[in-house]
Design a protein around this ligand. Structure first.
Ligand code: 4AD
Ligand code: MG
Length: 463
């Protein structure tokens, strides 16, 4: 008999009994009077399947082993699917044959009682078998699909930008160096500096912090593109929202301005949230129950309401009266700290907020200078519980203004020649943004630590 996945059984929504073969890992097992109940999960869906083992159908030893099947053991079962109207589960399987395929040796760290996410972080290779991480990683997969679907359906071309680069896309210097040089025996030039001409690529290289600059070159050919891949930041920020390796979605659109970016980002967030509400109801209900009691209500509201758009200058006016509540005082020109971002989006608005037109000094070199000469056409999307979810801007498409800004910042123009070429050859008004994938997952699950939405988290000080 061919094995049927548990998800398939739920999809079939059976109205009568039939023979099946199923397999899975034991979630719980219990015994009462010559009858054992084993709940199994095969990873195909959030739901478990109950298997009934009747003592009289099995040899004594075999029955004992099954009735005491340890959590985590893998089992193969053939038997009769019985519809059970009115019971907790719509159906169960009464086993005719059952075997433990893979037993569990002593020291298995997952137990039936509730385990903290901190405890489970010690076992990244096993934790996906728990309800919490099973749900988190399925939502991660479903969200990836929704993102691709959104962009594909809207005519965006998916591009793969390099992970090893020779330029700093954010100009912020928080990069991991890539080298094949022998660190114990570095080659030196005449001035005693490390001679990168002898390194693997013949120059100094790093892991990318963003695919934006290469993405811009593709947008200048395809009009609308997006990247979706890993990025790396050597920021020494040990917070619940910073990872050293995280995934980013970076759309870039030619013939577009700041408003076009905000409209696209808002539509994308809403699309993904409604996709999840529709396609991950079991997972979201689980998170609603154990992580954030208002999760589903909050997500439904996100889909239905308009995001606020608020100029930075106005945001400062709104925040200044609350300075006594902040660790870092707010003033025009300051970078918004996460406490300020959360105050705006949680206390003042209680919904997603785009803060726009930041002072140029606190933003990246490529953002388009506004008419006032002081602010840039940038916008960050802030959301309750997280703070910054999206960062983006209209890009400086004027060669002279861009070069002047880069020089002002003391940047080495030689590693940005191709980027500048995009302005010299058929420049367009264009805009784009980056959405932090893990932050989005935290937002839609209510999980409050970035370490718990990544399979193997890489954060400052831990690998
Ligand atoms: O605001 P950021 O630094 O913007 C860029 O990298 C632009 N190049 C994007 C673009 O316009 N194409 O990063 C974008 C988003 C942030 O809003 C945040 O959600 C996420 O990436 N992010 C991080 N997520 C996890 N850990 C970190 N260390 C992150 N740094 C940024
Ligand atoms: Mg940012």
């Amino acid at each position: 008999m061919k094995r049927t996945e548990i998800a398939e059984l739920f999809r079939l929504d059976p109205k009568e009994d039939f023979p099946v073969q199923v397999a899975g890992w034991v979630k719980t097992s219990r015994e009462s009077k010559n009858l054992a109940f084993i709940e199994i999960n095969d990873g195909s869906c959030f739901k478990n399947l109950q298997v009934i083992i009747e003592a009289n159908k099995f040899s004594g030893d075999n029955y004992k082993a099954l009735a005491n099947a340890p959590i985590g053991a893998s089992v193969l079962v053939s038997g009769q699917l019985l519809v059970t109207p009115g019971a907790k589960q719509p159906f169960e399987v009464n086993a005719d044959e059952a075997e433990i395929i893979g037993g569990v040796e002593e020291g298995y760290p997952l137990q039936k009682n509730k385990m903290s996410t901190e405890y489970l972080r010690q076992y990244p290779h096993l934790r996906a078998r728990t309800n919490t991480f099973g749900a988190a990683f399925r939502v991660r997969s479903e969200t990836s699909y929704a993102i691709h679907k959104f962009f594909h359906d809207n005519g965006f071309v998916y591009v793969h930008t390099p992970l090893i680069t020779g330029s700093d896309a954010e100009g912020a210097g928080a990069m991991f160096q890539v080298t094949a040089l022998d660190l114990d025996d570095l080659p030196r030039d005449e001035q005693g500096k490390i001679d990168y001409a002898q390194d693997f690529f013949g120059c100094e290289t790093h892991l990318t912090v963003s695919g934006q600059l290469e993405g811009e070159s593709m947008a200048q050919a395809f009009g609308k593109i997006y990247t979706f891949g890993p990025t790396f930041r050597a920021e020494r920020s040990n917070t619940t929202r910073h990872a050293a390796e995280f995934w980013m979605i970076e759309p870039e659109m030619a013939f577009s301005d700041l408003n076009d970016y905000m409209n696209t980002a808002e539509a994308m967030v809403k699309y993904c949230v409604s996709y999840l509400l529709e396609n991950c109801p079991d997972e979201l209900q689980f998170f609603n129950r154990f992580f954030d009691k208002n999760l589903i209500e909050k997500l439904s509201k996100v889909v239905a309401s308009d995001f606020v758009r608020l100029p930075y200058t106005k945001a400062i006016e709104l925040l200044e009266p609350h300075n006594d509540e902040f660790e870092y005082k707010v003033f025009w020109g300051c970078d918004l700290q996460s406490e300020h971002e959360r105050y705006l989006t949680e206390k003042i608005y209680d919904c997603p907020v785009f803060v726009t037109d930041y002072p140029k000094e606190i933003k990246a070199f490529y953002m388009r200078l506004n008419e006032d000469g002081k602010t840039v056409a940038a916008a960050d999307l802030l959301v309750p519980g997280i703070g910054e979810l999206v960062g983006g801007s209209q890009r400086e498409e004027r060669t002279d203004v861009l070069i002047a800004r880069m020089q002002e910042l003391g940047m080495d123009l030689s590693s940005y020649q191709q980027y500048l070429d995009l302005r010299r050859f058929g420049s367009t008004k264009h805009a784009g943004f980056g959405l932090g994938f893990e932050r989005f997952l935290m937002y839609v699950t209510g999980i409050n630590n970035i370490r718990d939405v990544q399979l193997y988290p890489r954060t400052f000080g831990t690998l």
